[in-house]
Write a protein that binds this ligand. Structure first.
Ligand SMILES: C[S@@+](CC[C@H](N)C(=O)[O-])C[C@H]1O[C@@H](n2cnc3c(N)ncnc32)[C@H](O)[C@@H]1O
Length: 219
């Protein structure tokens, strides 16, 4: 395992606190919005089917985009090749998809739970003229089939990576790469860890999926 530490990490805790802060503000805003809407939409809500769970119930991280230099580093570390398929789980405004499709000629698929961000990312993909290579699905990343992925990018949080880990292990083929901005996948050993330059340094983790054990050898 090559562990590359280009400089000591000093902002990690700051990022984590910022991330938690954004979570708290998002939650507060959501609660305030819900409270404000509660009265006016009560009659409308009564008509809605009660069995439906809103898709936002599974929101694992707030929207904070990866800076361009971090996106570039993530894709370099992924060693993405033309024609490979990249999934960005929680794709936000689609910037990783656009970089993967335009610079690396990859097929890029974004999974995003927020319909507003799905619309934004789709608009950005159209504007970049990449609609034949990149697309976004309005879906929950915890229910997505990742069988076709060569590379998966993440910017969630450590606890959410832990929730996702069994699905990555189930779906990803040997040799597939997982790149996570700032938050490790608990229990996995990274092949490489890098820290980006600049004022707000980000730690980038690269994981490579190992060969599946040959169970026939046990017979
Ligand atoms: C920190 S942002 C990262 C955005 C983008 N990947 C980037 O690096 O610029 C996390 C994104 O995950 C989305 N998200 C959170 N929970 C999700 C879920 N369960 N399924 C799909 N997307 C989710 C959020 O809406 C947000 O856009």
């Amino acid at each position: 395992m090559d562990v590359v530490r280009s400089r000591p990490r000093s902002k990690g805790f700051g990022h984590y606190v910022l991330f938690l802060g954004v979570c708290a503000v998002s939650l507060h805003a959501a609660q305030a919005g819900n409270a404000a809407q509660a009265g006016s939409s009560q009659a409308k809500k009564a008509k809605e089917p009660s069995h439906k769970t809103p898709i936002y119930a599974n929101k694992l991280a707030p929207y904070v985009s990866s800076p361009t230099r971090v996106v570039d580093r993530m894709l370099e570390m992924a060693n993405l090749k033309p024609g490979e398929t990249l999934y960005d789980l929680g794709c936000g405004d689609g910037r990783i998809l656009i970089a993967a499709a335009s610079k690396y000629k990859a097929k890029a698929i974004g999974i995003e739970i927020s319909p507003r961000l799905v619309a934004k990312a789709s608009e950005n993909i159209q504007a970049a003229g990449l609609a034949d290579q990149a697309r976004v699905e309005n879906a929950d990343l915890l229910t997505t089939d990742l069988t076709g992925a060569d590379v998966v990018t993440l910017y969630l949080a450590t606890s959410f990576n832990a929730k996702l880990r069994p699905r990555l292990e189930k779906f990803l083929k040997p040799g597939a790469r997982v790149i996570s901005n700032d938050y490790p996948v608990p229990g996995w050993k990274p092949t490489q860890v890098d820290v980006t330059d600049g004022r707000n340094a980000h730690k980038v983790y690269l994981y490579e999926m190992p060969a599946k054990p040959d169970l026939t050898l046990l017979k």
